[in-house]
Structures are given as structure tokens and as C-alpha cells.
Design a protein around this ligand. Sequence first.
Ligand code: HEM
Length: 339
Amino acid sequence: MKYAFPLAAVIALVLIALVGVQIPGMQYFFGIVIPYAAMALFLGGFCLRVIYWARSPVPFKIPTTCGQGFSLDWIKQDKLEAPTNTSQVVARMFLEIFLFRSLWRNTKSTVYDGPKLTYESSKWLWLFGIMFHYSFLVIVIRHMRLFMDPVPFAVSFTETIDSLLQIGAPTMYMTDVTIVLALLFLFGRRLTNPHVRYLSLANDYFPLFLILGVATTGILMRFFLRTDVDINAIKQLAVGLVTFHPTISADIGAIFYAHLFLVCTLLAYFPMSKLMHMGGVFLSPTRNMANDSRMKRHVNPWNPSIKPHSYASYEDEFREDMVEQGIPVEKELPPKTDE
Ligand code: HEM
């Protein structure tokens, strides 16, 4: 039941917003104060963590390689699996960030009667992972219409494509369906797979429930409680927030504040959570380093400066003692001159 507390926390957040905005004057608190505070925490926290990671010294060259490294001319190098220069690293990063390439190779281990252990390819996590992330991205891009006046072409075009199926009125967005499906799969996976269930903690469930809460309140607002919200007043507030002249001109409707409060919680929670993999993926030395340790010397930044002491100079220093002890030397002692 490690998911009970995070679930209760998200329900509590919704209730806090729904009840809170009923108190006169609190709409400013939930609509203006909290969003600015959350954004400040998000930007400040995000920057701090990135700076902290960027400043960590990397003592070793540790790129992950799983292919043929650069070698002799007639041995074909696997440029994506063992990149030796920046453009190859960028290509590998690009595929990782946009297509989740390493997750594509996810495997599932099963013990059959025998006992027989097998590792089989498992693409479900990749599929629903990519579905979730792209749906989220498209929803965020579509939301830009609330913050921009006039609405840029790219935003309205995304909206047109997303509602291409023309189902219902207002038209259903495909990404609303895919984000909810993906989140339910990701939660279901943590529940049903015994290994993942054992490893899952409250801070694995909380972001799932929180984002599911954001999506659910958004969907409720658009499709079921449409008459409860004043979309013009929301747009005025959203444009006001980004231009630093926020106003709440009408009674917007409690469900909007619940949606916004969950988004603000997500923003504030982001820098201290595992969601920071969004920034961290760029700073991971196993991903962003080239596999060139045989071409370029990687110097550990905290190495003390060690003066080289060659064998020749060692022998120069100790030659007399070595000869005296009968240890062979490369250079003979100069002949003794009789005085
Ligand atoms: C993490 C960021 C956010 C996510 C994931 C999200 C998600 C959603 C979803 C899934 C919907 C359902 C309809 C649709 O897909 O457009 C929705 C609707 C909506 N969201 Fe958000 N939202 C986010 C941030 C915000 C913010 C910051 C605002 C406030 C300015 C906002 C205001 C609205 C409004 C007004 C609707 C109803 C739109 C309509 O009726 O067409 N959302 N949201």
C-alpha cells in the first residue's frame, strides 16, 4: 500500500483548492500568489540542481559502451554505441532524448519450470513511456494558446492535428486519451510486476497520481464542467501572469483552481524529485562523454600534481648504492680516479 499516502496527498491537494477558493479573497492566493511562488521554486530549484551537477568533478572517463569501440581501420566501429567524438555523442544523445533508445532494449526476466531463466525483449515500457512524454509535450504546447495573444500558428496547428478525429463537442484531443492511458499503464506496471512493486516508493507513485490529477481536472473542465468555468477570464489571468500584470476579472470556477493548484504542486515538487531526469539526462557522464580514453588523456581534476620520476633519474640517484649491493645497472659508474 505504498501508493495509499501519495494518492491521499493528491486528493487532499484537490480538496484544499476546491474548498480554499470558496473563501473570499483566496482566489488571488490560488490564482496569483501560488503560481508565482511555484514558478520561482521550479526555476530556482532546477537551476541549483543543474549547477550542482555541472560542478561535480568527473574523475574518470566512464561512457557506457555496448558496441565495437574505435580500433584498427578494418574493424568497423559502432559509432552510436562507442562514440569517439562530439558529433557521435550528440547523435547518441539525440536518439536517447527523442526516442528513448536505451529503453527500447528493455528486457523482462522470467523463471520457467526447469528452472529455466529467460530474458525476453519487453517493449511495453518504451511504448507507454514515449506515449506519456509526447502526450505531455503536446498538451503543454497546446496550452500556450492560453498564455499568448495572438495564438501562434504552431500552437493552433498542433491543436488541429490533435483534434483531427473530430469526436464530440468540444472535440476530443487524442493526447488527452493517450496521456491517461499511459499513466494508467505506468501505475498498473508498478502494481502488477512484483519486482517493480517491491522497488516502488511513495515518490514513484506521487508524480504519477499528481499528473493524473492534472489531466483529470483538465479533462473535467473541458468536457464535463465546461459551463462552470469562464475561459475568457482564465485566458486573461494566464496572459496577465506571464506579463506580470495578473488580474482575476470574474468568478472562474473552483475546478480551474484545483487544476492550477496541482500544476503548481508539480512545478514546486519537480526540482526535488526524480522528475529532474529531464535535466539530468544531459549531465550524465555515462552518456555525454566520448569513448576516447585511448586518444586523449583524461585528467582527474583533483589529482595532486605528481612529478615524473623516470627510471634513468632513479638510477642516477641510487647508482652507487645499487652497485654496492650488486644490483645490475643500465649505466656503469664512472671509473674511479686515483687521487
Ligand atoms: C503541467 C502542465 C499542465 C498539464 C499537463 C495540463 C493538462 C491539461 C489537460 C489534459 C487538459 C484537458 C484538455 C486539453 O488537453 O487541453 C487541460 C485543460 C485545461 N487546462 Fe491544463 N494542464 C497544465 C497546465 C495548465 C495551466 C498552467 C493552466 C492555467 C493557466 C491550465 C489551464 C487549463 C484550462 C483552462 C483547460 C481547459 C481548456 C479547454 O476548456 O479547452 N492548464 N489541461
